[in-house]
Design a protein around this ligand. Structure first.
Ligand SMILES: Cc1cc2nc3c(=O)[nH]c(=O)nc-3n(C[C@H](O)[C@H](O)[C@H](O)COP(=O)(O)O)c2cc1C
Length: 170
């Protein structure tokens, strides 16, 4: 699968088979995030790789749309420094690392979905995140279950090209 194919086919996968991921695949996903670009090459991120079922179940309670975390094989929690003058870029950079990890996973047949944390303090308690750092974003990874794998692409519609793209001026 080339990058274009991965971009075209990647869907948010929220239902996973109860199967662990290979450790070299886990390393590849985490390395993709580590390799991501960032503002001024600041690499502000830490990634907490969570596979423990009890922790996953607790994490799933930290946001309204986090149910998929409870059933995933691996949850990567993206941690960045707490609010400061570079917060905007920290969250932009987090998104970059997330996209890299998700595309790397797509190439090796691993599905993923982002999750938004509404209660960062609860997440910090669960994961032992130290003062000076925060998390708002996690990614669930796992092998797509049969239903998720077969769901038609049209459910993941996108705005049409001419609505999105402006040439030279608005
Ligand atoms: C910043 C961000 C936060 C997201 N948070 C959640 C979330 O909390 N729960 C969830 O199920 N999906 C979440 N998603 C996934 C989006 O819903 C998904 O990427 C979007 O609907 C497109 O899905 P598709 O590629 O299958 O069409 C999030 C995506 C992004 C980029």
């Amino acid at each position: 699968m080339d990058v274009w194919e991965a971009i075209q086919n990647k869907r948010a996968i929220r239902e996973f088979r109860a199967e662990s991921l290979r450790s070299d695949h886990i390393d590849r996903i985490l390395n993709a995030g580590r390799r991501s670009q960032s503002s001024k090459n600041s690499q502000p991120w830490h990634f907490i790789a969570v596979q423990n079922k009890e922790s996953l179940a607790k994490l799933a309670e930290t946001g309204a749309g986090m149910g998929h975390v409870a059933g995933c094989a691996l949850c990567v929690v993206i941690v960045v420094p707490t609010e400061n003058e570079r917060t905007l870029w920290h969250f932009f950079d987090s998104g970059q690392s997330a996209a890299y990890m998700q595309l790397a996973a797509t190439e090796i047949g691993i599905g993923s979905c982002l999750g938004t944390i509404y209660d960062p303090e609860q997440a910090a308690d669960i994961l032992g995140i130290p003062a000076g750092f925060q998390t708002r974003l996690v990614i669930s990874f796992g092998y797509p279950d049969d239903g998720a794998a077969k769901r038609p692409l049209q459910a993941g519609g996108r705005r049409v090209f001419d609505d999105v793209v402006h040439w030279e001026t608005w």
